[in-house]
Design a protein around this ligand. Sequence first.
Ligand code: S3P
Length: 172
Amino acid sequence: MIVVLIGYMGSGKSTIGKKLSKKTGFNLIDLDDYIEEKEKMTVSQIFESKGEIYFRKQETKYLKLILETMDNIILSLGGGTPCYGSNMELILKEPKAKSFYLNASVKTLSKKLFKKKLKRPLIAHINSKEAMTEFVGKHLFERSQYYNQAEHVILTDKKSKRKIVKKIKKLL
Ligand code: S3P
């Protein structure tokens, strides 16, 4: 089984992924980390030196490779992964994969992201909390149509990490 964690930047995919990995004994693959390792550059460096289109191509290539060759893993995606090419379709048609959308509100996401924007090239330039809320609001609205195709939608606002992990585990 491949447990695929989907959600906007800052929705907790990596943290929940780590906890789920401990609880299930499945290895955690964080797609951003995987890309960084393969490309020998950080995501920010890839965006800066090769551009976003190159990053998206690599993202699809490695997603396919992982889905085809791995099993019994937790796969934490990048926030944009489900929204490009036919990535969401690939995930949905993969019989081994179970997908979970970690759904957090614009308020929760923008608050968290304003503090942790620097390693995220898409939002690193945003200078005020208000501008962050506006950006996340519009961006999340565009992306929700992809995220909501996940098999399960987990509302995360006001839930402890432990509770979220427990909920996902029950659905496996
Ligand atoms: C992106 C999210 C990032 C990373 C890249 C682009 C996005 O991952 O893949 O900066 O398009 O939302 P996180 O969701 O782990 O921050």
